[in-house]
Design a protein around this ligand. Sequence first.
Ligand code: HEC
Ligand SMILES: [Cu+2]
Length: 335
Amino acid sequence: MLSKKLRYLRYGLGMIFASLLLAGCSSERPSILLPVSPKANAEANLFLIIFWISVAVFVIVEAALFYSVIRFRGKNAEDVPPQIHGSVPLEIAWTTAPALVLVVVFVLTWQTLQATAAPPLDSMPVLVTGNQFWWKFDYLDQQVSTANELHLPVGRPVRLLLETKDVIHSFWVPQLGGKMDLIAGHQNVLWLQADKAGEYHGQCAELCGASHANMRTKVIAESQVNFDAWIQSQKTPSTTPTNPALVKGRDLFLGNACIGCHMIRGTTAAGAVGPDLTHVASRSTIAAGLLENTSANMARWIDNPPAIKPGVLMPKLNLSQDDITSIVAYLQSLK
Ligand code: HEC
Ligand SMILES: [Cu+2]
């Protein structure tokens, strides 16, 4: 008897511990329950309303169940309860009550869909191209192209025009609301707005190959002033090195296969298979959020990309460590 009680106590403690662990996931993590945009707010509210309706239904049904089980329990194992066949009032009650609940949920969902579907007219267009396994962002009005890190001015709606170069991907930044597929031959539109400055993490949400899980994105919401400054710096061509060590790095880059896949505006490199590297040093991460953008990580990356990111289109090029060091020094000068 005692051991049974102890077992229940252990289960109980285990459940409390597990829920504490899960609760620890909330802050600092991309969660739809920490919305920072009008759209994500509307979606989170809808979720919470439906959640509490479900809780109420659960509590009512379970209470009725427990009440009946205890109240009408037979005293002897042989007791047979009175047999009842059909009850019109009950049938009507348990058909209409759920139907009414579903009507309420339907109306609320419809309203939220209407309020969040169409992008506001003054939204800023950004072309998003999904690639195995990174995101290309082209700011159409500003003529700026970057990869994986999407800068946005706070409080301004943005219209993302979603296309893919290869397979189906899905763009999803939970705190900004919505999730939308990128499919071949068709442009989908998803609009976003960040109401609070900060960094919001996103993840490709459609299995797209070996490194699907390594296809992350980061939204950097900043003041209009900072955003304009960022746009200005991104618009300029790459800095031409004068320091001999950096000149050596640039020449190695331009003399290698790199230029077949990467663009560095202001040089002869005009490839379009991989990310534009004109301002690669201004990004905080490389390889779609996989590595922090440090010289050591970039050297590791250039040395052997498939070892870091399975399935990646950038091959191991068998460069010497010296050459890699020079190339990295040059790339890290491209602020
Ligand atoms: C066959 C095409 C190809 C070649 C050749 C190539 N790359 Fe790449 N590179 C890519 C692709 C594709 C990515 C994006 C990988 C990802 O994140 O999934 C990439 C990513 C990078 C990145 C990270 C950029 C970022 O913002 O995430 C750097 C740096 C880089 N390459 C440098 C080089 C250098 C230096 C060379 C030459 C030694 C080179 N690449 C050769 C295709 C190529
Ligand atoms: Cu993907």
